[in-house]
Design a protein around this ligand. Structure first.
Ligand SMILES: C[S@@+](CC[C@H](N)C(=O)[O-])C[C@H]1O[C@@H](n2cnc3c(N)ncnc32)[C@H](O)[C@@H]1O
Length: 438
């Protein structure tokens, strides 16, 4: 049965379902839910993420993990658990790059990929980086939301006593969200129902007191007519990650804002829920069910506060541009010129690296670091005064990560003319990501 058929069946039975239950079914229904369909996890799908843009993203995360390992007194194993690992590209690039890092680190590194997509085949694979670092890859599920989503609580994280780091890139924005709106001074919830045989939305009293409680705890008051999304899955994620971690770090990369900004009526009166179909923002969640991505920006205040309640200290919150800059991205960008690459390869690599830090794009993503039983260390990616000398040494000496198959051919898709002819006089020093294609 398709997700749409299941949605219609439930509405037939109950009259309406919450938007969160609708989103859960559209994205994760076992027969044809968006994230569980073959092809969704391929780089050419509907969304574009940092691991697909350039392997420098994975390489710089490896450098940050090296410091975390050192802060934990170099445990062996040092376990990295990537939740929502998708097609495993970040894991592959990160484990491969760790071969250039100290031998004791790469020997200690264990990398575990978890994803709700059990069909990805990831559990079959064991990545070996040059025979030294081993990332064991398996697949599993964590609960994405409490029972109020209408879904049974998922199996949860099957891990305990982890010393290492929980890592995620664009996981929390894929959790189903509830939608609320203010009408005649009352907070109402948005439901999905059937009207004349078509899916439509309707508002009614909230399905759970957790929605009002969340807004109260954030001290957010919606104005009349304002719509907003509430991600209750963050609570379960924080509790499970904190429960599985004995000592170490949680590094969360996603797009979103602190609550004050996210729920600002001036900037986001209609909320942030959106849909992507073939790399195009379509903003029509009730259409193309199971064939398009549905996502909402992450509330980083809740990620921090719920993390604190679960025992995770906030170690830093910054944006991806500063984070990667602090880990030496600019040095790699400059060194691309000295790698004996063709001009086209140089341009493609520099364009993709720029994209990782582009304002208004991936550069504005947030990076949140939390810690458990690690004190309050300053992490390299979060310093306020540039990169430390260890980072500079690494970035100057280690190989420059270079685009390979598996990454998006960003240059060609942004600037189609370079497929046909490449202008040798094109500047190699400018900010190529801002050049216009003719
Ligand atoms: C937007 S994709 C990001 C994939 C990858 N991290 C990347 O950066 O390319 C979100 C991924 O998170 C997975 N996911 C969503 N909710 C999850 C959950 N509760 N537990 C585990 N994986 C989840 C989805 O199946 C999907 O592979």
């Amino acid at each position: 049965m398709s997700p749409e058929a299941e949605i219609r069946r439930r509405i037939g039975e109950q009259g309406r379902i919450t938007f969160s239950e609708f989103m859960e079914l559209a994205l994760f229904w076992p027969q044809g839910g968006y994230y569980l369909s073959p092809g969704t996890l391929e780089a050419s799908g509907d969304y574009y993420t940092s691991p697909q843009a350039h392997p420098a993203f994975a390489a710089l995360l490896a450098v940050q993990l090296l410091q975390m390992w050192s802060l934990l007194d170099e445990p062996d194993p040092f376990t990295v658990v990537e939740i929502g690992a998708g097609n495993g590209l970040l894991c592959r690039d990160l484990v491969a790059y760790s071969c250039h890092l100290p031998q004791a680190f790469r020997r200690a590194l264990r990398y575990l990929c978890l994803d709700r997509n059990l069909a990805s085949g990831l559990e079959q694979e064991v990545f070996t980086g040059n025979g030294a670092a081993v990332g064991r890859v398996a697949a599993s599920i964590i609960a994405s939301g409490p029972a109020s989503t209408g879904q049974p609580e998922a199996a949860g994280l099957p891990l305990r006593g982890i010393r290492g780091c929980f890592l995620s890139n664009e996981l929390l924005d894929a959790f189903p969200v509830h939608q609320v709106t203010k009408v005649d001074g009352r907070l109402l919830e948005v439901y999905v129902t059937l009207r004349d045989g078509e899916l439509a939305t309707v508002t009614a009293a909230p399905s759970t007191p957790m929605l009002v409680a969340r807004l109260e705890s954030l001290r957010v008051e919606l104005i009349e007519g304002q719509t907003a999304e509430i991600n209750l899955g963050i609570d379960s994620w924080a509790r499970q990650v904190a429960g599985a971690l004995e000592a170490g770090f949680v590094l969360t990369i996603d797009y979103g804002h602190q609550a004050e900004e996210l729920y600002s009526a001036e900037r986001r009166l209609r909320g942030t829920l959106t849909t992507y179909f073939r790399h195009t923002q379509t903003d029509s969640p009730l259409r193309r069910i199971g064939r398009q991505d549905i996502t909402a920006q992450v509330d980083f205040t809740s990620a921090q506060e719920l993390g604190e309640q679960a025992g995770l200290d906030v170690l830093g919150l910054t944006n991806q541009s500063r984070f990667l800059g602090n880990l030496g991205l600019q040095i790699y960008q400059e060194r691309v010129l000295q790698q004996g690459l063709t001009r086209r390869q140089i341009q493609a690599n520099r364009t993709a690296m720029m994209d990782l830090v582009r304002p208004g794009g991936l550069g504005d993503f947030k990076v949140l670091a939390q810690g458990k039983n690690v004190g309050r260390p300053e992490l390299w990616g979060f310093g306020s005064s540039g990169f430390p000398k260890e980072v500079e040494a690494i970035a100057c000496e280690l190989p420059v990560p270079i685009l390979a198959t598996g990454h998006l051919p960003l240059l060609e898709s942004r600037f189609p003319h370079v497929e046909m002819e490449f202008d040798e006089s094109w500047s190699l020093t400018g900010d190529v990501s801002h050049q216009e294609s003719p």
